[in-house]
Write a protein that binds this ligand. Structure first.
Ligand SMILES: [Zn+2]
Length: 237
């Protein structure tokens, strides 16, 4: 009996200790007032700022990105007791997505939710706020293949889907570039091709194929880049 009581005391102590640890990790989540754009469209997300980073609900992101090439589904893996993200799949709507917040600061505790992406564990920073898990937007972008940018002029969060890795976001403050669409033939029968500022080992037949920012595209001759081992874009070439 004494032994049982001893174990009980240890359990009670462990419980007190764990609640203490939980309380110590509590932080304040401030509702984010920054507009959010997804591929240049404003989207009224409910988001919180914690320690300078933005936290969003997983299903809000899944709901909004559905139909883009960054779409993903959210399922529950009962065996692992984990959230599983299925990239490339269309999103299964549960209802209740994109609920608006009350604009009030809330208490957030670190979330221990296990998340897998296509069966592989991913480490997403998350907080539990009012019973819901909010995930760090940048972590989600990295895990799911969309880009998260900050537009200083608009003071806005920009989510870029699609060919996230290859696409260059065009800030709204920039003037529209001259779009050069038809293939340009130069003297000698060579062709002008276009190379974006990033992902610049690929050349394009036009300077606005959707995988680059035309403002920063540079033209070269096809012969030159082909000789240098550049690859042709599989979208516009
Ligand atoms: Zn292209």
């Amino acid at each position: 009996m004494k032994r049982v009581a001893g174990i009980f005391t240890v359990l009670v102590f462990a419980f007190i200790l764990s609640s203490f640890t939980l309380n110590a990790a509590e932080v304040t989540a401030v509702p984010s007032s920054h507009p959010v754009f997804v591929d240049n469209e404003p989207v009224p997300f409910r988001a919180f700022n914690i320690g300078g980073s933005n936290f969003f609900m997983l299903r809000d992101i899944a709901y909004t990105l559905n139909g883009t090439s960054s779409q993903f589904d959210v399922t529950w893996d009962g065996e692992r007791g984990a959230i599983n993200l299925l990239t490339g799949q269309s999103y299964t709507v549960l209802g209740g997505e994109m609920a608006s917040g009350d604009g009030v600061a809330a208490t957030a505790t670190p979330s221990a939710a296990a998340v897998y992406s296509n069966g592989v564990p991913v480490n997403l920073r998350a907080y539990n706020i009012g019973g819901n898990n909010f995930f760090m937007l940048r972590d989600l972008g990295e895990a799911l293949g969309f880009e998260v940018l900050w537009d200083e002029t608009l003071r806005a969060v920009i989510i870029v889907t699609g060919y996230a890795a290859a696409y260059e976001y065009v800030p709204a403050s920039q003037p529209s570039p001259e779009i050069i669409t038809p293939p340009v033939v130069v003297p000698g029968g060579d062709r002008l091709v276009w190379v974006p500022r990033t992902r610049n080992n690929i050349y394009h037949s036009i300077n606005d194929c959707g995988r680059m920012n035309p403002n920063f595209a540079t033209s070269y001759t096809h012969t030159e880049l082909h000789a240098r081992g550049y690859r042709a874009c599989d979208r516009c070439w």
